[in-house]
Design a protein around this ligand. Structure first.
Ligand code: ACM
Length: 682
């Protein structure tokens, strides 16, 4: 990628500052930038914010940047409580002595690889932001907001010079409004979240077995019969595209074919490979219904539909899915088998490749580049398609080597509730790999994928954020930026800032807990749920509960969030205590355990009053037991003694008895306990 720029890499981890010509190491703890910029030079001094602050776009101006900058001014005002006198940001000549001066050279284009670089300087004379494009200026404005901090006297920005540019061109989020409907507001607030962390591609997965979620004027039965009335109108899609475009974010659609198409067949059974009546699929999984690739009428249909949709989405790229095609219906059909024989297709993969080449022609006619999940990578396919890697890294590396452009989602499946660190350390191009430049150039970037089987509009933000901020850093920052601890240090602060743009990841947590307690004080329950996480990967489907589209997603497991911060910190402190036996760590651990112990009685009583909470009662009992037993082990570690054998045995028994994920949730502090036990029984 941009390896030639590696030479002037510095990150906030190793910032150097110049004071009277002396280069010093600067502690990173005063900056909370995410993603980490390419080059940060922090200087001594603060630029204090006061109500006289005025922001101006100098020289060239675009309405979208004026709007964006005005939004940033409002967010700045909201965060600081300062009453700025300026109502909107413009280039008006009457605006004299601006404190924030913004300028750019040309209007950005919504295309892959557009220049998003910027330079931001904060000195005693003010804040200066320059960029090549207005999109670059937007990226810089987000950095400006992240630089704002406060001391006892007020808010300020540190004196700093930042030169920044993205590592990858394609920094995406995929939203699945099909499995569970995601309304317009969900898409819009997440676009704002994306912009806040410099992401630039929104991938809308618009059709599935469980829903066809966009209005088609050409084939209205698709959305009328395939969506329960929950679909984006074309006007809404235009609004989404314009809204994203005003933030330098491209929007491209996915119509998943030829599998994952049950909802299409409700109104158009003639497209299917197996005659019959179809109903919207309500279950989760991979299903048999598949388009008939042997009939010309299928292509006539798709030609009309994709031409309609290609006109609606101005982006150059168009995703055709192509994943998880079940061939049972193809095998069962005499006509399809004859077609394969006639064409000498050895297997159903070749039939799908034929289908893909036909679709490719339709897209090319519409000037679109075809994107598909890695299953579409077949020897028959030309090099001008884009491979979206989800099953593993192998496809990514092989395809990029073979000359295909690729994007990575394997390792960014945020529906699977893995840790932020896991996603963060997952690289499209890992730092220890040296690729030929041509191959590296083919690796465009990646996308976080928010599959929606187990989320609704209510809790989806908590699966996307804040973890996707760390993924955004992976895509934007240099691939040598890899310090997990520093990422965790920053992400909590970024998470709060993401609420400023309307995201619900923090807010709805408490709302869901309130519903669970029926309006009673949520704090006892929160104490427990703060250290619970939903089970990982696809386990939730395998624990004896059958989830469907109409199941409740309102239980404790749905409120519980990935990467539970309180548990992570507890587990980290235990490791730290074992390593360094620090007094403050010991005290903090004891205090935490005391809090749990003190709250347990109330928690258990609450659970006993609330039928919906019964399923997590064992976790509460476990928490209480841990809070009582662990201090003895910690004391032993702290004083470098052996714990008494009884306590150790009790803890071991507790660990053994409580590995069951009650309510499909896991008590994450058990990990810390395991660490303690291992310390004594390695
Ligand atoms: C996929 O997750 N089936 C692309």
């Amino acid at each position: 990628m941009k390896n030639h720029l590696k030479s002037y890499l510095t990150s906030v981890l190793f910032v150097t500052i110049l004071i009277s010509g002396v280069v010093m190491a600067q502690s990173p703890s005063d900056l909370n930038l995410m993603p980490v910029p390419r080059e940060v030079k922090l200087q001594d001094g603060k630029f204090k914010l006061d109500p006289s602050l005025k922001m101006k776009i100098e020289g060239k101006i675009t309405p979208r940047l004026a709007k964006y900058a005005t939004g940033v001014l409002r967010r700045l005002s909201g965060r600081t409580g300062l009453f700025f006198l300026q109502d909107n940001v413009s280039g008006a000549d009457s605006l004299v002595n601006p404190v924030v001066r913004i300028s750019f050279e040309r209007e950005g284009e919504l295309k892959v690889g557009e220049d998003e670089s910027y330079k931001l300087t904060v000195t005693e004379t003010g804040i200066k932001l320059t960029a090549v494009t207005d999109f670059g200026a937007m990226r810089g404005l987000e950095t400006l907001l992240q630089l704002v901090t406060n001391d006892n006297e007020g808010f300020y920005l540190p004196f700093v010079t930042i030169n920044d540019l993205p590592f990858y061109k394609w920094r995406g989020l995929m939203i699945d409004p099909c499995r569970h409907w995601m309304p317009l507001e969900m898409v819009l607030r997440n676009i704002d979240g994306m912009a806040a962390v410099k992401m630039n591609v929104l991938h809308l997965h618009l059709s599935e077995d469980q829903g066809f979620r966009i209005e088609s004027k050409v084939f209205p039965r698709l959305h009328e019969m395939g969506s329960d009335g929950n679909y984006f109108t074309q006007e809404q899609i235009k609004h989404i595209i314009a809204y994203a475009g005003d933030r330098g974010i491209r929007v491209y659609p996915e119509f998943d074919v030829p599998g994952h198409t049950t909802a299409w067949f409700v109104g158009h059974p003639e497209l299917s490979s197996k005659p019959g009546q179809y109903k919207i699929e309500r279950n989760w999984g991979i299903f048999g219904p598949v388009m008939d690739p042997t009939k010309e009428s299928t292509y006539e249909f798709l030609d009309k539909l994709f031409t309609e949709m290609a006109g609606l989405f101005p982006d150059e790229y168009f995703h055709i899915g192509g994943d998880e095609v079940k061939s049972d219906h193809w095998k069962e059909s005499i006509e399809i088998q004859e077609f394969m024989k006639k064409n000498n297709y050895k297997d159903e993969h070749q039939l799908q490749a034929y289908f893909n080449t036909r679709i490719l022609k339709i897209l090319e006619k519409n000037n679109k580049k075809m994107v598909g999940w890695d299953e579409i990578l077949q020897p028959e396919m030309p090099k001008n398609i884009v491979i979206h890697s989800w099953r593993g890294k192998k496809a990514l590396l092989q395809a990029s080597k073979d000359g295909y452009q690729v994007i990575l989602s394997n390792g960014y499946y945020i529906d699977l509730i893995q840790s932020t660190a896991f996603h963060y350390l997952n690289h499209p191009i890992s730092p220890d790999t040296v690729l030929p430049q041509s191959q590296a150039d083919n690796i465009l970037g990646g996308e976080a994928t928010m599959w929606a089987e187990l989320v609704t509009n209510e809790n989806v933000d908590s699966r996307i954020w804040p973890r996707t901020a760390a993924i955004a850093e992976r895509f934007w920052s240099h691939n040598s930026v890899n310090n997990v601890q520093d990422m965790y240090r920053r992400i909590g602060k970024i998470s709060l800032q993401l609420e400023e743009v309307g995201l619900l990841h923090e807010k709805n947590y408490l709302m869901m807990l309130r519903r669970l307690t029926g309006g009673e004080d949520v704090n006892p329950l929160k104490m427990l749920v703060d250290v619970l996480e939903p089970v990982k990967e696809y386990k939730r489907h395998r624990l004896g509960v059958k989830y469907t589209q109409y199941s409740p997603y309102t239980r404790v497991v749905d409120a519980a969030r990935p990467d539970a911060e309180t548990a992570r910190k507890f587990n980290e402190m235990i490791e730290s205590l074992i390593k360094s036996r620090g007094k403050s760590t010991y005290d903090a651990l004891i205090q935490q355990l005391n809090t749990w112990q003190a709250g347990s009685k109330e928690l258990l009583a609450l659970i006993d009053r609330k039928p919906i909470l019964k399923e997590i009662r064992p976790h509460a009992g476990n928490l209480e037991a841990i809070s009582k037993l662990t201090p003895k082990l910690l004391e032993a570690v702290y004083s470098a003694n052996k714990p008494d054998a009884t306590t150790l045995t009790e803890v071991q028994a507790l660990l053994k008895a409580h590995t069951t994920p009650y309510g499909q949730a896991e008590l994450m502090i058990l990990k810390g306990l395991e660490t303690l036990v291992k310390h004594y029984n390695p």
